[in-house]
Design a protein around this ligand. Structure first.
Ligand code: SF4
Length: 345
């Protein structure tokens, strides 16, 4: 990229950038928080969460002091719950070591902080001359270069990163990074890039070819697998059985109704056997069926209710729906419970 392109880009950014709260701060905590929230979340959705977190935990020390359940409950709806757990673990670690590290290399060692997030914090908070390469920047660069290299190959990442690191200006690394990301978010969008508004239009190869949406090229497609989830709402004496999901897999660490995941929908015989294994006795009632889509899973969920004759198993935690309000649960479960019980809403 020539200096004239970089200047046009920075000029465009000055006149078109969105006013986002973390852009007005050089506090590494605010920048880190915003970047973790935005890792797999749109800005308009992430904004509300950012405000909520900053208000509840104004400093990293406040976040470290919070209970993990409180953090996960606040994270509810953002998905990818490992991010919520990493957020809390990193806040504890940063507090222990006396504050955020101030270099790209040291930031990379934090849990949940990859090359992109480390570059964002290092350049926005500490003005380090290191380029960010997120999905938006990948798309802009792939089109601008007219590159047929697959963007999901490590070699392409290395090549793009090296180019950006050559171009990023020493006196405004933060603005350059923000400009590239903002261009991808507002102008060089995935489906309908507005090339006629783009500050790089005269030097862009894809624009010259008139085929911007053919880029970027990917070598693999995410496989979406089908999964049947059978949920059991087990009631005894005003309490409902919950389990805490393991720290691996979907909805890691969240509270959930006891459930079985299978490839095919469970038959009634299988359901009866499962309830017997848990020691559950009582009348089975079918309540609800719904579909839920995650990035790599298509879930068909069925919900059954049982008014148990006695408290059946030690492996469940028995809690009231009121208590559930402060615990983290998945969006799928929240939607279901909200339909049935106003107390959870
Ligand atoms: Fe993207 Fe079009 Fe700008 Fe090229 S000219 S970078 S394709 S918006």
């Amino acid at each position: 990229m020539k200096n004239a392109d970089i200047q046009s880009l920075l000029f465009w950014y000055g006149g078109n950038k969105r006013d986002l709260p973390w852009r007005n701060s050089r506090d590494p905590y605010c920048i880190w928080l915003s970047e973790i929230i935005l890792q797999q979340t749109r800005v308009d959705q992430g904004l509300a969460y950012y405000y909520k977190f900053v208000e509840a935990f104004p400093r990293v020390q406040d976040l470290a002091k919070a209970h993990l359940d409180e953090v996960l409950a606040m994270w509810q709806g953002l998905g990818y719950y490992s991010r919520g757990r990493n957020l809390h673990a990193t806040a504890l670690h940063v507090t222990e070591i006396g504050g955020f590290p101030s270099t790209y290399e040291a930031l990379l060692k934090l849990k949940g902080v990859g090359p992109y997030t480390a570059a964002a914090i290092a350049s926005f908070a500490y003005q380090e001359q290191v380029a960010v390469l997120d999905g938006n920047v990948f798309r802009v660069l792939s089109r601008w270069l007219g590159s047929h290299l697959p963007i999901d190959a490590a070699s392409t990442r290395n090549e793009f990163q090296a180019l950006l690191n050559q171009w990023i200006p020493a006196d405004s690394p933060d603005i350059f990074n923000q400009s590239m990301m903002e261009l991808g978010a507002l102008v060089c969008t995935p489906k309908s890039p507005k090339c006629e508004e783009c500050p790089l239009q005269n030097s862009c190869k894809a624009n010259a070819e008139g085929n911007a949406t053919n880029y970027p090229v990917k070598k693999t497609k995410v496989k979406v697998s089908a999964m049947a989830l059978t949920y059991f709402e087990l009631h005894v004496a005003g309490k409902v059985a919950f389990v805490r999901r393991s720290n691996n897999g979907i909805w890691a660490g969240l509270y959930d109704l006891p459930s079985c995941s299978t490839e095919q929908e469970m038959t009634i015989d299988e359901i009866v056997n499962q309830l017997r294994d848990w020691g559950v006795q009582g009348e089975l009632e079918f309540c609800h069926e719904t579909r839920h889509l995650l990035s790599h899973r298509k879930i068909q969920a069925r919900f059954y209710k049982v008014l148990c004759e006695h408290m059946p198993s030690n492996e469940f935690q028995w809690i009231t729906l009121n208590e559930l309000k402060v615990l983290g649960i998945s969006t799928l479960l929240k939607n279901y419970l909200e339909k049935r019980y106003t107390v959870v809403a």
